[in-house]
Design a protein around this ligand. Sequence first.
Ligand code: MLT
Length: 267
Amino acid sequence: MPYARVNGNMLFYREAGDGPLALFVHGFPLDHSLWLDQLKGLAHVRRCVAVDLRGFGKSDPTVDPSLTMEMLADDLAGVIDALEADHADLVSLSMGGYVALALFELRPTLVRSLTLIDTRAAADTAEAGAARDALADRLLDRGRSVVATELIAGLLGRSPTRRAQARLRSMIEGTRYETFVAALRGMKERQDRTSLLSRIDVPVLVVGGQDDALIPVADIRAMAELVPRARTAIIPDAGHLPPIEQPDQLNQALIELFEGRKVVWWR
Ligand code: MLT
């Protein structure tokens, strides 16, 4: 199985296809398998690599008390280097988007295009930070299965398929407790990168699930407005996780980004 040794950790990745590198960065508390439909559907246009971030999935466990976005971004830079690529089309979801923005800030030349799915550039409010502490407490007191049930209800759209629910539960229940807690702390402490948006000078695709209960469509559009070269795709019948809820529509949007084509359903 493929691993990259980066910053002292073995990071797992799964790959499919040939050509320019596209690097897929999962959200919280998920893993590389979020992107299996993208690896299958985009292998004819890109060398698609879906990585497990530090501590997640099949990557090494971590004892870091906080998984900072900068630390995870530096890991991604190491993965791009280990894959012997000069740069990558970065496809990111939610927490993956926080990491992708940090990577663009730290190492902009590594990013050929940027896809931001159901994410935001702003930092946590005090209220959001307190909710993260409460989630960590519930996780440790009541266990992953209880928390998974709670999260599934909020992450998927209005009529989730049993398959999407099953995939999501596997990812959440497969996330180590210590990773869960450290990632919550890293997200709580993350920087506001709103001012970075106007400086992004590569093609950007901003995607929102029409029914995302965590990040409303209005927030997605407002973020896209701040990026000079952004296209926006709002995906119907999807919540926070279009890669597993509407994979074909997301893949189509990505192909159009990669090929520089204009599509009918942007915006
Ligand atoms: C995610 O999907 O990565 C999380 O919802 C992000 C967050 O909690 O801010």
